[in-house]
Write a protein that binds this ligand. Structure first.
Ligand code: GTP
Length: 845
């Protein structure tokens, strides 16, 4: 970036171009000096020619302002009273348009906060928050789109139903006992014991969830007290006494629990003011706060009346354990004895001649189960940090020197992109066949097999489309990798899928490529179908450019279907040139080749077909061989993007990965760090293009066998690096993005998916920092409310998952480029400018 900026400034030194303009233009043209200079010169000319004031930006609509205003002015103040209903909903209308209700979320209404789940914006609320809340809109009259007759009929029916319901309710009230009206928010407890255990210390109603429709709290309390008094009288009995059906039913309905002392966990969950005292009496039922004992009538516990107790318990949420103290004691006793497993282990140990050896740690602990013993045992427990062994190769190779002296063929990775069915796989299959990478027999077999399932024309495509599903459907689904060598260069083909459903796979392929071949179906109407907004021609071109590809070869394919027409070729070329140069591909870096993958014209050799006599330029392979090799920093710290992980490979015991070295080098015997798992592994072997090698450098596609690592710690999309220069896992970062075609604007809080190479992570736009003017490079608006198609902006993104290895674009061109997608559509692409916070505890989801 800095080099490009310096060069542009040097060329434009006598002009009035600002530093910011240069920087922005250089970025927008992905650091291409020629293009940036041309663009800036054009802008200067334009500025001189017309100094008309810029058109005013359209003001946001009234509705939008009102909605925003309301969302912003939700009031939040501490409050105490609570009143909420699930029927109420937040309105997006301004408060003045409908009647308001005031909702206060006090401490006693802490769960009411869930009412607001799912609202489209974030409310600034906490546990003790008052929220100005709009009431439910009045019910709509009549039927939706129905006639007045139907509406009248429905109204009459509703009235009849209401009448019937009222009658039923009246009948029920007459039949029912008064206590029938007591309802529990909790599900009924049919299995509740109908007898009261003599050991049961007291009865308490779970009033935190109790509501009464017709009976006052006092009367419930009185009857409860009398029941308890009766139970108290029964205390002396040794056997449980059967109680009357009425009381059984009452007990069931009111979910009477034998109380237990809340654990400290429960107490802290519910209310610390009700924590039992730590004195010995705390374990006594009588000390339980608010405990209702069978002192019949008058004052009950601690001199409180039933009404007072009622008030007390209705105001406080309790936590009850559904076990009696006696049951709890029984359960605890069970742990005093060794478990059946321990007994067996002990017997086995004795039989094996180790009679004196401790059977198990647990048995030992049980025997000396006093507090001091426990403390001693706890002290003796210690967790040892695993020591990371950094293995060094037996004989360290100077890889940079080796590479320089090796005179290896230059290596080029190129991705083949384009609209679905443009003929990408067929074209590449033909190329591989003609360069001799695929033998005649294999092609003949593919032809036979393809004919058998009625897909004879796909024979060449089968060279790359290897999966059964791809062959049956005639659609490429994942990136297919294949390689071949010409006399000068070693090529790796990344055949990307064209179907819109597989754009994420296309992104993965494009992020591993140095160059792109854009395949166009030039058949009548086919080019137009792929070039429209919903087609993949534009999307793929924009994506490869956003992912750093600067040089593109356009294969104007299926020209046999256009009768080898020069006019059609020119038509496609002109339309695409305009688009590609707007997308950031310079004209000098864009070439067009008329060809046909099916017939093989102009693929490897120049076509001798008379209909193509109008074209005297390079074949596709010649164009590929003319590509300028991308220089990679092979001495930099290692960064290797993992594309696949599997067991076996070169060594049956090892874990193997395939991937591409983005920067640095590797050698056999070296220790590498896997991010995000932060696990180390040792390189056992390296394979490049089916050849075992002791080392590999940036740009190589490798298969590596790893040892000292479990397969669960590796996944496609992970990065292998060195422990001394680990790649970070970002939590929040700022990015400069170019917004693609959008259906709805991007706003703060928008949920999106971030794609980088083979990694995908859910994220949220946490801040819209600024909109940047593409032409001037100036910030045109700080903190915009939304972003629309075509804008360039600086945004902050919050990664929702826990494992997204990335670097700034400045530090790594491969790890610093991202693509943002939403609902299956690519909405933006950009570069990472700054990592604002990292996830230290990044783990696998
Ligand atoms: N006439 C003609 N047909 C072609 C040519 N190239 C490919 N086809 C046909 O186009 C169809 C699709 O070819 P593929 O190679 O599968 O296309 P693709 O772009 O790889 O498809 P996806 O990867 O699924 O997007 C097949 O029926 C091919 O036979 C060509 O040069 N001329």
């Amino acid at each position: 970036m800095e080099d490009a900026v310096a060069q542009v400034k040097r060329i434009l030194k006598d002009t009035a171009v600002t530093e910011a303009q240069v920087r922005d233009t250089v970025w927008n043209y992905y650091f291409e000096v020629d293009q940036s200079v041309k663009f800036l010169r054009d802008q200067l000319k334009k500025q001189e020619n017309k100094k008309a004031p810029a058109a005013k930006r359209a003001a946001p609509s009234k509705a939008f302002r009102e909605r925003s205003l309301f969302a912003d002015t939700v009031t939040c103040r501490p409050g105490t009273d609570h009143c909420f209903s699930e029927n109420l909903r937040l309105s997006t209308q301004p408060p003045s348009s409908i009647s308001q209700q005031r909702i206060s979320l006090g401490s006693s209404c802490r769960y009411g906060i869930s009412v607001f789940d799912g609202i489209p914006w974030r409310l600034p609320m906490s546990m003790n928050t008052d929220i100005t809340y709009c009431g439910r809109p009045p019910p709509r009259m009549g039927l939706l789109g129905g006639s007045s007759k139907l509406a009248a009929l429905a109204k009459a029916r509703a009235a009849k139903r209401q009448q019937e319901r009222e009658q039923q309710q009246q009948q029920q009230q007459q039949q029912n006992q008064p206590m029938e009206d007591v309802q529990l928010a909790m599900p009924s407890m049919p299995s509740m014991p109908a007898t009261v255990s003599p050991s049961g210390s007291s009865l308490v109603l779970d009033t935190g969830v109790l509501s009464s429709r017709s009976e006052s709290g006092a009367s419930v309390s009185k009857r409860l007290t009398s029941l308890l008094a009766e139970r108290s009288r029964d205390r002396g009995r040794t056997s449980p006494r059967a109680i009357s059906p009425e009381k059984q039913s009452y007990l069931r309905r009111t979910a009477v629990f034998s109380e237990s002392i809340p654990s400290s966990f429960a107490t802290s969950l519910c209310d610390s003011s009700f924590a039992p005292s730590t004195s010995s009496s705390a374990t006594s039922p009588s000390s339980f706060p608010g405990g209702l004992h069978g002192d019949a009538g008058g004052k009950t516990h601690k001199g409180m009346s039933a009404d007072e107790i009622w008030k007390l318990i209705t105001n406080k949420p309790f936590f009850y354990l559904p076990v009696t103290e006696r049951q709890a004691e029984e359960i605890t006793k069970n742990f005093d004895k060794p478990s059946p497993d321990d007994i067996i282990k002990e017997a086995q140990a004795t039989k094996g001649g180790t009679a004196n050896a401790p059977a198990s740690k647990k048995v030992q602990f049980q025997k000396g189960s006093n507090r001091a013993g426990l403390e001693r045992d706890m002290k003796s427990l210690s967790i040892q940090e695993p020591t990371v062994k950094v293995a060094q190769p037996k004989q360290k190779i100077n890889v940079v020197e080796k590479f320089t002296s090796s005179h290896r063929k230059a290596h080029i990775n190129f991705v083949v992109v384009g609209h679905v069915d443009a003929g990408k796989s067929t074209l590449m299959g033909r190329l591989l066949y003609e360069v001799g990478a695929i033998d005649e027999r294999t092609i003949q077999k593919y032809k036979r097999d393809a004919n058998n399932i009625g897909k004879g024309s796909f024979a060449f495509a089968w060279v790359l489309d290897q999966s059964e599903e791809e062959r049956e459907r005639g659609v490429t689904m994942d990136v297919a990798m294949n390689s071949f060598e010409s006399s000068k260069v070693a090529f790796t083909i990344l055949d990307a899928p064209g179907h819109k459903d597989f754009v994420p796979n296309m992104i993965a392929g494009a992020s591993e490529a140095d160059f792109a071949v854009l395949v166009i179906d030039s058949s009548p109407n086919a080019f137009e179908a792929g070039f429209i907004q919903s087609g993949q021609t534009k999307e793929h071109a924009l994506l490869v450019r956003s992912l750093g590809v600067q040089r593109i070869i356009v294969a104007v394919n299926k020209l046999d279907n256009a009768k080898w027409s020069e006019f059609r070729f020119d038509e496609v070329k002109e339309t695409l040139l305009a688009f590609l140069s707007a997308a950031g591909f310079s004209e000098s870096q864009t070439t067009f080749v008329p060809c046909s993958g099916l017939s093989g014209d102009n693929i490897v050799k120049r076509s001798t077909r008379p209909e193509l006599s109008w074209y005297n330029d390079s074949s596709l392979l010649e164009e590929l061989e003319n590509l300028t090799i991308v220089e990679r920093d092979i001495g930099a710290p290692l960064q290797l993007s993992v594309t696949d992980v599997f067991k076996g490979g070169n060594s049956s015991s090892a874990i193997s990965i395939t991937g591409r070295i983005n920067a640095g080098n590797i050698q056999v015997g070296e220790t590498v760090l896997a991010v995000p798992s932060n696990e180390t592994a040792t390189i056992k072997s390296i394979t490049i293009a089916d050849q075992q090698n002791d080392w590999a450098v940036a740009g190589d596609n490798v298969q590596i066998a790893l040892s000292n690592i479990d397969i669960v710690h590796l996944r496609a999309g992970d990065i292998l690096c060195t422990s001394s220069s680990p790649v970070r896992c970002a939590k929040t970062f700022s990015a400069r993005i170019i917004v693609f075609h959008l259906r709805i604007p991007l706003i703060k809080g928008s949920n999106i998916l971030i794609y980088r190479g083979r990694t995908t992570e859910a994220a949220r736009i946490s801040r819209l920092t600024a909109v940047v003017d593409k032409s001037t490079g100036k910030i045109t608006k700080n903190k915009p409310r939304h972003l629309i198609s075509g804008q360039t902006a600086i945004v902050e993104l919050e990664v929702m998952g826990s494992s997204f290895p990335m670097e700034t674009f400045k530090a790594s061109k491969d790890l610093g480029r991202i693509v943002l997608r939403q609902d299956g559509i690519t909405v933006a692409a950009g570069i990472v400018e700054e990592i604002l916070s990292v996830k230290h505890d990044a783990t696998r989801d």
